[in-house]
Design a protein around this ligand. Structure first.
Ligand SMILES: Cc1cc2nc3c(=O)[nH]c(=O)nc-3n(C[C@H](O)[C@H](O)[C@H](O)COP(=O)(O)OP(=O)(O)OC[C@H]3O[C@@H](n4cnc5c(N)ncnc54)[C@H](O)[C@@H]3O)c2cc1C
Length: 311
């Protein structure tokens, strides 16, 4: 494998990676997906997806990603379960190294490595991921109709998601560790005027409590050390995402938050032949259906790039 030069390698097996693989395989580009160790990507963390077009009944994230994987395999995509540890994008063919030594040289590359939500890393957090803890209000807010929920954060994302949650939830606690928000003042005004929102200042979550699902959170006031329990059915973390771009920052132009910059209406990066799709280049929406769309764009653009090289 080490001397083989692929036409197209796709890094990542989330919605963007599989979609790129399906489009590229159907275009005869013989794509190889290097899946990473989070096979299926972020969507596998959610028990129920209701907004993916074409699925009339809710589908588990794992089932949806398994279907995409099967569809990709059916079109002949080669999937290697390995993780890219190093890239050299200074000249074509691009050179990739992987953890298990599987890889590779390629004429073109699609980066679809996603973005990882930041977690609080406190007691019982892992146990309740997908059972009351979510990092995506747009995705999971709908499941909390008339129920009390909490959201953690103090920036624009937390403010926007708190306001969004008031469409469904009966009550929204916004937990913030400081005495002032970083969100834009217009958003702050809307938060303060919304009767469903209660801002819990200077506070952090110490523990998640419940049985099978979350039923409450223990919070601590960081100024007074006072502790109390809030009864809630869901907690949304809006403390930021880290795009998985560490490997590429030497070569690819990133925005201030570390997301790969792509050309307008395109997935092309600053390096010819390297494309970026999905959350890794999407600082605004981070949704599966959008990742799938940009994966398709990246495959089409990679095909055009390869065709131009042949002429
Ligand atoms: C809890 C939760 C619920 C959600 N619910 C919904 C929903 O209902 N509807 C919706 O539209 N969206 C939902 N989303 C958002 C959706 O999951 C993301 O927008 C989508 O998964 C992004 O796809 P992606 O392919 O860009 O990246 P990801 O899904 O993040 O996949 C990234 C892939 O890159 C791989 N990778 C990373 N680094 C490397 C490396 N070095 N080498 C090789 N591979 C690598 C990983 O293994 C992974 O396979 C939800 C997200 C979360 C967290």
């Amino acid at each position: 494998m080490s001397e083989y030069v692929a036409k197209l390698i796709i890094i990542g097996s989330g919605p963007a990676g599989y979609s790129a693989g399906i489009y590229a395989a159907r275009a005869g580009l013989e794509p190889i997906i290097i899946s990473g160790f989070e096979i299926g990507g972020q969507l596998t963390m959610t028990a129920s997806v209701e907004n993916f077009p074409g699925f009339i009944e809710p589908v588990s994230g794992t089932d949806l990603m398994e279907k995409m994987r099967t569809q990709a395999l059916n079109f002949g995509v080669q999937i290697i379960n390995d993780r890219v540890t190093e890239v050299d994008l200074s000249a074509r063919p691009f050179v990739l190294s992987t953890e298990n030594g599987n890889c590779c040289k390629t004429q073109s590359l699609i980066v679809a490595t996603g973005a990882s939500a930041k977690w609080l890393n406190i007691k019982t957090e892992k146990q309740y991921i997908g059972k009351g803890i979510s990092t995506c209000a747009t995705c999971d807010g709908f499941f909390y109709k008339n129920q009390p929920v909490a959201i953690v954060g103090g920036g624009n994302s937390a403010a926007i998601e708190a306001l969004y949650l008031t469409r469904f939830a009966g009550k929204v606690y916004l937990i913030h560790r400081r005495d002032a928000l970083r969100a834009d003042s217009i958003l702050q005004q809307r938060l303060l005027q919304n009767p469903k929102i209660e801002i819990v200042w200077n506070s952090v979550i110490e523990e998640f409590i419940g049985g099978q699902n979350i039923t409450g959170i223990k919070i601590k006031n960081v100024l007074t050390d006072e502790r109390k329990t809030l009864d809630i059915s869901g907690v949304f973390l809006a403390i930021g995402h880290t795009p998985n771009t560490e490997l590429f920052k030497k070569y690819l132009t990133l925005d201030d938050d570390g997301y790969i910059l792509t050309k307008p209406k395109s997935t092309a990066t600053n390096i010819e032949g390297v494309f970026a799709a999905g959350d890794v280049q999407d600082n605004a929406f981070r949704q599966a259906v959008i990742a799938v769309g940009s994966g398709a764009m990246a495959a089409i653009e990679a095909g055009r790039f390869l065709a131009a090289q042949d002429n």
